[in-house]
Design a protein around this ligand. Structure first.
Ligand code: UGY
Ligand code: MN
Length: 250
């Protein structure tokens, strides 16, 4: 809503060298080549120092997603899409997702108005390991595992944890009051989309209130911790680069 006061220049969004927090009020829509009746909100890209890109695509009915620049992961947040890849066409509804290998010709079309999280990264091949094939799944059908034995914090690995994949995509669901048991500091970076609920995110030396619709990028080694607040679970979709030697450029 435009109040005319422009919030006097205030926002929860923050850009630091070690992290980026985007609240929905600061998002800007653009387009990528090859798309139609679809716009994208670029959350993070190499322009800010990330080794991957993550964007949200917003489709009108019949909208088409633009061309990929690497391997691609799509997760349906709202609406229904089809993925045409090779001889097959898959239909993905809310919480459906797909992995598309780098260089594979494919077409993502919205059957109705839809919102999709998209992650792309240049593939880092490993000698003797076959690159992954196209993969389609539904998040609710993935078995949840408690993180470090904490039943109030459930993790779902949406991609197989094999050397074929060079990134991981998980959902993490926190019951109200649940929290990470430690402050993590690690070499992997993260792209994180808050899907439900909210809480407090520690990023580097700062603590931020976060809620559904927010996006966070954490650079390598950014200290991080999250605790869920409120009366409903908090849930996020999280990317990390994974299973590659640290001397291999991203
Ligand atoms: O997988 C992770 O590194 C995850 N536990 N990090 C996070 O939630 N910030
Ligand atoms: Mn982490």
């Amino acid at each position: 809503m435009h109040s005319g006061l422009h919030n006097l220049g205030h926002t929860r969004s923050v850009r630091r060298s070690t992290y980026l927090l985007q609240s929905p009020d600061t998002l800007i829509r653009t387009q990528i080549p090859g798309g139609s009746k679809a716009c994208v909100i670029v959350h993070v890209s190499p322009a800010v120092g990330a080794g991957f890109t993550q964007y949200s695509a917003e489709f009108e009915a019949g909208g088409v997603l633009g061309h990929a620049a690497g391997q691609r992961f799509v997760y349906v947040l709202e609406g229904t899409i089809t993925l045409g890849a090779g001889p097959r066409t898959y239909t993905l509804a809310k919480d459906g997702y797909a992995y598309i290998p780098q260089g594979m010709d494919h077409r993502v079309v919205a059957l109705e108005a839809a919102r999709v999280a998209v992650i792309e990264q240049t593939y880092r091949a490993v000698a003797g390991v076959a690159a992954p094939e196209v993969l389609v799944g539904r998040e609710p059908e993935i078995a949840a595992q408690p993180l470090m034995g904490d039943g109030a914090l459930q993790v779902r690995n949406l991609l197989p944890d094999t050397m074929a994949f060079d990134f991981a995509i998980n959902t993490m669901t926190y019951q109200p009051g649940a929290a990470l048991s430690m402050v993590e500091i690690h070499e992997m970076e993260h792209g994180l989309l808050m899907m439900e609920g909210g809480g407090i995110y520690r990023l580097d030396d700062d603590w931020h209130p976060v809620t559904a619709g927010d996006f966070i990028w954490m650079a390598p080694y950014c200290p991080q911790w999250f605790g869920a607040l409120g009366k409903t679970p908090a849930k996020y979709l999280i990317y990390k680069d994974w299973n590659r030697h640290p001397l291999r450029a991203r």
